[in-house]
Structure formats: C-alpha cells, structure tokens
Ligand binder design. Structure first.
Ligand code: GGG
Length: 343
C-alpha cells in the first residue's frame, strides 16, 4: 500500500521546510509515500496570471493527501491574491472544514510564559465565517468609496465544526471552549452560542465553557493549562493560533491539519507559518512545524506508528536543544538531527 501525496512547497521558506518534512516522513515510513511536486507559487502567478492552473483542484482531487509549505510573496503578488488563489480555494473545494492546530511545548522548548503542562487543541472553522470571500467595493478611489465584507455562518458549517470539537474533546480531557464575540456580534455569534448549547445536550460528558475571544486570549497567556479543546470561527481561530504558536515557542513549532472529516476529498497538512521572505534565503527556517504537520498527515493516513515515530524523533531532537532557539540552528542541521533520531 502506498499513499500518493501532492506536494505544494509554495513560496519562501515553504520550500526547504517541505523538503525536510517529506524526507523525515519517508524515512519514518519507508516506501509508503509516492510524491508529486506542484511548483505552484507566486512565481506561477507572475508567469501565468494564476496561482494554480485552472484544473488545479481537479488535479489534486485524486491524491490521498496534500502537503503545503507556505503561500505568499507580497513584493511580487498582493497577499490577498496569493491566498485566495491557492490555499483558501483548496480548503473550500475539498471541504476541509476542520483546521486542527495543537499547542503544547516540545521537550526542551521553553516558551515565553515559562510555564509547562499545557496541551491545547485549537479547532478553527476553515471554510466559511469571516473568510467566506463574500463582499465587494464600490466607488473605488473616490471619497464615497465603500468596502463590504460579509461573514457567513451557516447551520451546516457551525454545527459540523462544533460537533467535530465535541468529538475531539471526548477523546481528550473532556473540555470544550467555544469562542465567540456574541456580546458585540449579535447575529452570527449569538447563533454560534446557541448551536454550541444545542449540541452540548448531546454531549453531557463534555464540559462546555463559552469565552469571548478577548477573554480567551488572556486565558491562553495566564492559564493555558486550564484549556483543552478550543473551537473558534475562521478569523478568530487564525488569530488565536498565532497566540498559541507564540506560547509554544514560536511559529516554528506550530503545526496544522486541514481535515475533511468525511474523507470525500484529500485533507491538507501545512505548518501554520507563512513564507517568511525576510529569512527565506538564509537557510535558518525551522522545519519542526512542517515535520510535526507531516506526523499529523501520517496519522490521518492511518499510519499511527510512523506518526508516533516522527513525534518521538522531534522530541528527542528538541530535548537536546536542537531547533529550540529561533535562528540558532540551520534548517539542514535540525533535519539531520531528526533523521538521526529516527534511527
Ligand atoms: N503555511 C501556509 C501559509 O502560508 N500560511 C500563512 C497564512 O497567512 N495563512 C492564512 C490562513 O491560514 O488562513
């Protein structure tokens, strides 16, 4: 049995970290991964006027999983164009509605809070909400200019992400934090709160807390150990998981999985970080977030042993202090250490 993996290294540091992650995954699961690389990036946009070919989504559909590095090179292509041309259409087309982002400290990593013992699973709604792309501008460039961007919250979308969160909470410590701003946003977020309460009745074994997004930001800093599963809308989840990345030592440690839970289409795995143009040519990108994302991919593919081996190798590497301080170790040195730890 082999798995066909579509690799989209993308831009900037997405390229070296993808190479590192796949090398580690291939060593952890010899002969299991058959990869095809798609060089879709901001360079593609400059050459063709598109971030991916017109049939890009159909090309990806037949793969077992997609691994993405990073998207964006704002000096060449506006970020809103590159993101809406590659990453967001893949998430939407393949109904990857659950974006899972774990936040915990790897061994030897000292986060800025000087706290240990937290283990948060952020679940970000990934296909609608504030990222629905519904909106427009009129009277552009005039004093009467208007820009409107509408958040879209459907019962199907809200219910399925919350249900996914409840199921994850059941498998973990049985606690779910539902995040809104329902005091200010009295339609969409009140609706989200109501759906949370409706589902809570089906999950009496899960302890539910409601947080406003500002309050949970404070809690993630002051008492991260009190949180288990955190479910939030697309934009709130995006912001909260940068905070989650910060408390786990930085974006170099933040992994993610864009999951289609029904498996009707491929899921996609990517580090949370972007393309980091400022350090892209220095060889110092931390591949740990990408390698952790590859472990999540192996787990999703049903290769739990390979996934656990990758996580153990990452832990053994960081426990030696390798890759734990931003910019200190080169990408290649960290990768070699993880590969050696697999032995
Ligand atoms: N690793 C993919 C990447 O480039 N992420 C940067 C980013 O801005 N992503 C937006 C998002 O996750 O919604």
């Amino acid at each position: 049995m082999t798995y066909r993996i579509a690799l989209i290294p993308g831009d900037g540091i997405g390229r070296p970290v993808t190479e590192a992650a796949i090398e580690v995954a291939q060593k952890a699961a010899p002969d299991l991964l058959e990869t095809v690389t798609f060089p879709w990036s901001c360079e593609t946009y400059l050459q063709t006027g598109r971030m991916m070919p017109e049939d890009g989504i159909e090309t990806l559909r037949s793969f077992d999983a997609i691994f993405l590095g990073a998207v964006g090179w704002p000096a060449l292509v506006p970020d809103a164009v590159s993101l809406h041309g590659l990453l967001l259409p893949i998430r939407k087309a393949f109904v990857q509605y659950a974006n899972i982002r774990p936040h915990r400290l790897l061994p030897g990593v000292q986060g800025p809070l000087r706290k240990e013992g937290f283990d948060i699973l952020c679940i970000r709604e990934n296909t609608e909400g504030e990222y629905s792309g519904a909106g427009g501008r009129v009277h552009v460039g005039t004093p009467d200019e208007v820009a409107v961007e509408t958040s879209v919250f459907t019962r199907v979308g809200v219910e399925r992400i919350l249900r996914f969160g409840f199921e994850q909470a059941r498998k973990r410590r049985g606690k779910l934090a539902s995040v809104t701003k329902s005091n200010a946003q009295k339609y969409s977020m009140v609706f989200w709160d109501e759906v949370t309460d409706q589902l809570a009745a089906e999950y009496p074994d899960v302890e539910v807390s409601h947080y406003h997004v500002d309050a949970i930001c404070a809690r993630m800093v002051m008492a991260p150990e009190s949180l288990d599963v955190v479910v939030a809308s697309n934009l709130f989840g995006d912001i909260l998981t940068d905070l989650g990345a910060a408390i786990q030592g930085g974006l170099g440690f933040a992994a993610s999985a864009n999951i289609n839970p029904s498996r009707s289409a491929p899921s996609m795995f990517e580090p949370v970080h972007g393309s980091a143009p400022d350090i892209a040519h220095l060889g110092i990108a931390n591949p740990i977030a990408a390698i952790w994302s590859a472990a999540m991919m192996m787990d999703h593919l049903g290769e739990a042993v390979a996934s656990a081996r990758i996580m153990a190798a990452l832990g053994a590497t960081t426990a030696q202090g390798i890759g734990t301080v931003p910019g200190q170790d080169r990408t290649e040195a960290i990768t070699r250490a993880v590969l050696a730890a697999l032995d």
